[in-house]
Design a protein around this ligand. Structure first.
Ligand SMILES: [Ca+2]
Ligand SMILES: [Ca+2]
Length: 287
């Protein structure tokens, strides 16, 4: 093989690989924004989101009120509130076992376990009481209490639970299925794909988490980055997803703190904690 032919062959192979990767990356097409600021029901800071796979609704939590909200969409209205003994909740996942909701409380860096069928047994499980905490304790030292847990997601198939620390540093933590052990952790650094042009690295946060069993990947929302990352835990690489809008009416995604997919994976949903502009956003996922 001549050198020229070799170079052309290598070039074509590289093109095919990058082309295949580009095709595998989903894009997001904006569909709708519904305001989600419900003063009377104390839902003023929507901060976590999960889909109710059988009913088409959602679960959400709010920092400022100790409640787990069942939400109907479209029309973004509340159909039930489960009152909880804990507030300051920043993330929710309903996919663990039937009736059980796992939430995160930022100030104490705890997982809250709540069973809607047995609500008096709600438990608060601080990471600091779990086996293996010494492997991550250095990241939680210091007086800053607003850089703690912001998201939770579950992989029901493999019985994995993930939580994310928002910043300083951004950290993905895996918890054992019986919620008593830190199994592993990964820093979500700029070199892993977590960067947004124009935003300093220490300002980029991760504020919402969802596990996608079809892709074996984690979807992550960023409040300050106003964007969505798709993260592959096997390669430790994240991609920031392109968003498409009709015309110039791009929604303001600053403050997004919750993220989930529809059961079919066809739609991505986000909630924002943005005062009276707090909203539920719908995007179509284009593969
Ligand atoms: Ca919040
Ligand atoms: Ca925070």
């Amino acid at each position: 093989m001549t050198l020229l032919r070799f170079l052309i062959t290598v070039g074509l192979l590289a093109f095919e690989v990058s082309h295949a990767q580009a095709q595998d990356v989903p894009k997001l097409q904006f569909v709708a924004q519904e305001l989600l600021y419900l003063d009377q029901q104390h839902l003023k800071e929507p901060s976590g989101l999960d889909a109710q796979q059988n009913f088409g609704g959602f679960w959400t939590v709010s920092d400022g009120y100790a409640g787990l909200y069942s939400l109907i969409a479209p029309s973004a209205r509340i159909d039930a509130i489960h009152h909880l003994p804990y507030q300051g909740l920043e993330g929710v996942s309903a996919g663990w076992t039937d009736g059980v909701h796992l939430m995160v409380q930022e100030e104490t860096n705890s997982i809250i376990v709540h069973n809607t069928k047995n609500p008096e047994n709600t438990a608060q499980l601080p990471l600091s009481k779990m086996d293996g905490y010494e492997t991550i304790s250095v990241y939680f030292d210091g007086p800053e209490t607003n850089k703690g847990l912001e998201g939770i997601a579950v992989d029901r198939g493999e019985q994995r639970i993930f939580v994310v620390k928002e910043a300083q540093p951004r950290l993905l933590i895996e918890i054992s299925s019986n919620l008593d052990q830190i199994v592993g952790h990964k820093k979500l650094n700029s070199k892993h794909g977590f960067h947004v042009r124009g935003l300093k690295d220490h300002n980029l946060d991760i504020s919402g988490l969802y596990y996608d069993s079809h892709r074996d990947a984690l979807w992550m929302a960023s409040d300050r980055g106003a964007c969505v990352f798709l993260y592959d835990p096997k390669t430790n690489e994240a991609l920031r997803l392109e968003m498409h809008f009709d015309g110039d009416n791009a929604p303001d995604l600053e403050g997004i703190e919750g993220i989930t997919l529809s059961a079919s994976g066809e739609f991505l949903y986000l909630v924002s904690d943005a005062g009276r502009a707090s909203s539920l956003f719908t995007f179509r996922v284009l593969d």
